[in-house]
Structure formats: structure tokens, C-alpha cells
Design a protein around this ligand. Structure first.
Ligand code: PLP
Length: 439
């Protein structure tokens, strides 16, 4: 079972020098068994079917499993690993913080939170002066929706079909896919869905009863959809006209992922509220942030500074990680890198599409947030399984299983970009052969 890694990527094995796990098969069996009995037997079944082992080690663009197999990580916690796994600057910052104070007492001022909030304000679109810190994307969205209601005194929220904003009850009310909502309804009332990227529909829906429009500047889980130019600006203008607030959900697109610092920057649009998470913790700590304007904060917090709180939110370890991550992105100019490598990858994917027009319907995206749309769910599924066999992780988007997303670390090299697309092409060909062979 523990043979050589299925593909030999450039560079040394990530775990070089670490002893292998002695009985890899037993190690895997133990973990799978515990998942079956105590975590989620159905998830255990699914992960085993696709062929995932146990993750044990991560460094840079690679993740390694219990059997010492190394994978080029183009899934990366849905974009979490913008800096790769365990970036040394982020690890060092967290270790240093750990030596003085790990969690917040919640009564004192906290310097890591202050520093990160100031840093975010300096890079965010204009007017986003304040940050509320939490622990995940869903929590960041919960706060955003709540702030919008309180700040406007209105309750109607507009979201988009295929939009993904999380699975907690409030966030789920704005997540545009039936599959996750069935059996949970009624959810938070007052949410209306409009088709994504349809400017006229957005402008028509936003009126003076609207508290907020929540929109991903690039729709991630919906299948990596880039809206037409001017879409975000039109929403901004409609919000200005009606007094509604614009919430940009940048949980997946923040901090360089799409080739600009924030995806809103592509249109130069500044929302009233912006949510961040995934890559904000530098791939080392979980953290979410809800940013907002002075006007929003005034309305939410002026009468009650504790109107919204979180015990773990803004903890020193997570904020130290966030601050280090944002600095690395700036100092190493990973935003430009994301744009350059993204263009290369997109061009290579377009070549692949040209060769396989019957199997690949579309390739799209911005920066290193790319999606490949296959002709059928089954091709996407089989291709992902084959990619894993060849040492590369990728996955479907949650709201559109026909689209495989590629979100590698922004530190990925040109060679690794080529390797990723080669592996994808090869896996696609194999998937097509498997489908053509009657079983
Ligand atoms: C992942 C995601 C969320 C939810 O974040 P979690 O950390 O999984 O709770 C919300 N919005 C967008 C756009 C996301 O991609």
C-alpha cells in the first residue's frame, strides 16, 4: 500500500527526513473506523470511495498522507492555503504569540487584534474602517447580516442563486442551493434570491425595503462564476439610491486569491460590509472578519458596545497569524503572483479545453481561483478520483458538482502550474476512457 508517491513533482519530498508511519494500513483503518463509529459514517464512505487517506503533513504547496504519498494541493481547504501549508513567517508569529498569551481574557485591550484591524483597514476598499473578528466564514456572514439589519432597521436581504455563504442558520438562509436548505426551513425570513451576474435583476430587486444585498464578487461554490463587468458597480449604485447596504462576501476571494487584494478591487467598488475568512489565517489559524464602515459601526455599537461578541473571536493567536499572513502577501507581492500564475494556468486550461471540447464545457476564473466545467457530473467525479491517484488534490464546487475548482497556493511555481494542468488533462483522458468502457 505504501508505495512511492504516484507522481513525482518538482523538489524534494515534503516530509524528507521524517520517519514514515510504521504500519500505514493499520493507521488508516483505525482512523476510518473511528470516523465510521464516531464522526460520520456516510462521510467516511464518501472519502474512502474517492480514495482519500489520512492527512499527516503539509508544507508549501504539498500535503502528504499516512502512506507518504505526496499531493500537489490545488484544493487547499477551499482556498485556505494561499501561503501554502505552514508558511514559516506565519508559524513563527503564532509561536511567538503562544509564548506570551494564547487566548484573550476578553476584558483587556488586545494588541494583535488592534494591529490586524488597522492593517486590514489599510488594504481594504475605501471606508471599511472597522473589523469584527470571529472564527469562520459563516460567523463572519452571520455578523454581516445582523449588522445590516440593525444599521438599516430593515429586514429584507437579497442573495443570489448558487451563492454560498455558509451553513449556519442565518448564513444558510442566504445560501442559494435547495440541497442544503431542505428539511431546515423555515429559515430566517425575508431573503429573496436573484440570478447571479444579472445586473438588471439586481437593480430591479433592490428597493427601499432592502436591508442588504449579499454577493460574492466571484461566485465560488456556485461554480466559479465571474460576473460581467459593471455588475458590482451597478449593485453599489442601486444600494446608494435606496439606502440598502452592500455586503461583499470575500470569505473565499480575500487577500490576493483573485489577482487583486480583494475581488471587489477588480471593479474599484467599496462595499459597506465585507466578510473575510479562509486564507486570512495564513493557513495556520482559523479566523473570520466582518469589516464595516463608520456609519455601520455607529448604528450597531454606539448604544451597546457589546451588541455582537464572540468568546474566541479576535483571539491573539489567530490575529497574530492574520497579521503575519497579510504582511507576507504584501512583502512577497503574492497579489501579482496570483494574477500572473492565474493567467498562465487559465491559458493552459484553455488549451486543454480546445483539445477536449466534448468533455470540457468551459474554463474560467480570475487569479488563482479557477474552475473547469465538465460536460457531466460523472466526468468531473472520475477526473477528481484520477487526479488524486496521480498526486493532485482538487474538488468540486459545493453548489455545482460539474465544476472542479483549482485554488492552489499563491506561492505555486510555474512548473507546478504546468504539472497541475498536465495531471488534470491526463486524468480527464483516463476518466473518459473509463466511461467509454462498459462495465
Ligand atoms: C466558505 C465560504 C463561507 C463559509 O465559510 P466557513 O468558514 O466554511 O464557515 C462563506 N462564504 C463564502 C463565499 C465561502 O466561500
Amino acid at each position: 500500500m505504501s508505495g512511492p508517491p504516484a507522481h513525482e513533482g518538482p523538489g524534494a519530498r515534503a516530509s524528507a527526513g521524517r520517519p514514515p508511519i510504521p504500519d500505514a494500513d493499520a493507521y488508516l483503518a483505525d482512523v476510518v473506523q473511528k470516523y465510521r463509529e464516531h464522526v460520520n459514517p456516510f462521510l467516511a464512505e464518501f472519502l474512502s470511495f474517492v480514495g482519500f487517506g489520512v492527512e499527516v503533513y503539509g508544507e508549501g504547496c504539498y500535503i502528504e498522507d499516512h502512506a507518504g504519498r505526496r499531493y500537489l494541493d490545488c484544493l487547499g481547504g477551499y482556498g485556505t492555503f494561499a501561503l501554502g501549508h505552514r508558511h514559516p513567517a506565519v508559524v513563527a508569529a503564532v509561536k511567538e504569540q503562544l509564548e506570551s498569551l494564547a487566548m484573550s481574557g476578553k476584558a483587556f485591550f488586545s494588541k494583535p487584534a488592534a494591529d490586524l484591524a488597522a492593517e486590514l483597514a489599510s488594504i481594504a476598499p475605501e471606508g471599511l474602517q472597522y473589523s469584527f473578528f470571529s472564527n469562520s466564514g459563516s460567523e463572519a456572514v452571520e455578523a454581516a447580516l445582523k449588522f445590516a439589519k440593525v444599521a438599516t432597521g430593515r429586514s429584507r436581504i437579497i442573495s443570489t442563486v448558487g451563492g454560498y455563504h455558509g451553513k449556519t442558520l442565518g448564513a444558510l438562509a442566504t445560501t442559494g442551493r435547495e440541497k442544503y436548505r431542505t428539511g431546515v426551513e423555515p429559515l430566517m425570513p425575508g431573503v429573496e434570491f436573484i440570478p447571479y451576474g444579472d445586473t438588471a435583476a439586481a437593480v430591479a430587486a433592490i428597493d427601499d425595503r432592502t436591508a442588504a444585498v449579499i454577493v460574492e464578487p466571484i461566485q465560488g461554490e456556485g461554480g466559479v462564476h465571474v460576473p460581467p463587468d459593471g455588475y458590482l458597480r451597478a449593485i453599489r449604485e442601486a444600494c446608494d439610491r435606496t439606502g440598502a447596504l452592500m455586503i461583499a462576501d470575500e470569505v473565499q476571494t480575500c487577500i490576493g486569491r483573485t489577482g487583486t487584494m480583494f475581488a471587489c478591487d477588480h471593479e474599484g467598488v467599496a462595499p459597506d460590509i465585507m466578510t473575510l475568512a479562509k486564507q486570512l489565517g495564513g493557513g495556520v489559524m482559523p479566523i473570520g472578519a466582518t469589516m464595516g464602515t463608520a456609519s455601520v459601526w455607529e448604528k450597531v455599537f454606539s448604544e451597546n458596545p457589546l451588541m455582537h461578541t464572540s468568546t474566541f473571536g479576535g483571539n491573539p493567536l489567530a490575529c497574530a497569524a492574520g497579521l503575519a499572513a497579510v504582511r507576507v502577501v504584501q512583502e512577497d507581492d503574492l497579489v501579482t503572483r496570483s494574477s500572473d500564475r492565474g493567467q498562465l494556468m487559465l491559458a493552459l486550461l484553455r488549451d486543454m479545453q480546445a483539445e477536449h471540447r466534448d468533455l470540457v464545457v468551459d474554463v474560467r476564473g480570475r487569479g488563482l481561483m479557477l474552475g473547469v466545467e465538465f460536460a457531466a457530473d460523472e466526468i468531473a467525479e472520475l477526473t477528481v478520483i484520477q487526479m488524486l491517484k496521480h498526486g493532485m488534490c482538487a474538488a468540486f464546487t459545493l453548489n455545482n458538482p460539474r465544476v472542479v475548482r483549482l485554488e492552489p497556493p499563491l506561492i505555486i511555481s510555474e512548473d507546478e502550474v504546468r504539472l497541475a494542468v498536465d495531471t488534470l488533462s491526463r486524468s480527464l483522458v483516463e476518466a473518459a476512457e473509463m466511461m467509454a468502457t462498459p462495465t
